[in-house]
Design a protein around this ligand. Structure first.
Ligand code: SF4
Ligand code: SF4
Length: 220
């Protein structure tokens, strides 16, 4: 497992314990490369996406033109214009899904990864309601009765490519992103990289507290 300050890739600054994954929305060009790399790497079923791109305000121009910084526009109370946000499990420090799971199927591991224990999941989909980022997926759900306990199938979501990280690789989506829009590293490394790029966090303070917990202060 690779840890520390080793630079592996422009977007992947370090992996392993304490590494986090977070988007630079200024760099995302909505190409879908991350979605493809994840599906290819993990044979994700056709109807499931462990990562997706949420395009907000599609076709709308930002206050100072289409290339304005989304973060700066919002700080000024202006519309950010069209913004593409890579959405996946961010392995939150204060993970709401872990809090609501009635069977402790979801756990926050000591190394920071949020994992699903398939053998305990009863498919209640509480985590789907709790996650602000739309991360939980239910590829095996029986859609006719999926709102009944036990009919949702096992929850699946982004694993942050923990198995790849265990052998010294970075998450596939981040390594294959052509514009390095998916950042992997410690909260301090991610914050520094966003500053170096003159990018913002895009998410509001509540979301940043959920994702990073006390490390959210690194981004202020
Ligand atoms: S669907 Fe599974 S992982 Fe999600 S809350 Fe229910 S038991 Fe937990
Ligand atoms: S970190 Fe891995 S599992 Fe998660 S979205 Fe990226 S490629 Fe998929």
């Amino acid at each position: 497992m690779s840890t520390g300050n080793e630079v592996m890739h422009d977007g992947v600054m370090s992996t392993g314990e304490d590494a986090r994954i977070f988007p630079d929305v200024e760099a995302c060009i909505d190409c879908g490369g991350c979605v493809v790399s994840c599906k290819r790497t993990w044979d994700v079923p056709r109807d499931e996406q462990r990562i997706s791109i949420a395009t907000m305000l599609e076709g709308q121009e930002a206050a100072s033109g289409l290339n304005a910084s989304s973060g700066q526009a919002m700080e000024q109370g202006e519309s950010p214009g069209e913004t593409a946000v890579p959405m996946q499990c961010y392995h939150c420090s204060n993970a709401p899904c872990v809090s609501v799971c009635p069977t402790d199927s979801l756990i926050s591991k000591e190394n920071g990864f949020v994992r699903v224990r398939d053998d305990l999941c009863i498919g209640c989909q509480y985590c789907l309601s709790a996650c602000p980022f739309g991360a939980p997926q239910f590829p095996d759900e029986d859609s006719g009765v999926a709102d009944l306990v036990g009919s949702g199938g096992n929850m699946d979501k982004c694993t942050m490519c923990e198995e790849r990280q265990d052998v010294g690789k970075g998450p596939a989506c981040a390594e294959e992103c052509a514009t390095d829009a998916i950042l992997v590293g410690t909260p301090a490394q991610i914050s520094d990289e966003l500053d170096n790029r003159d990018s913002g966090t895009f998410f509001n303070d509540v979301a940043m507290d959920i994702i990073f917990g006390e490390d959210a202060s690194e981004f202020q």
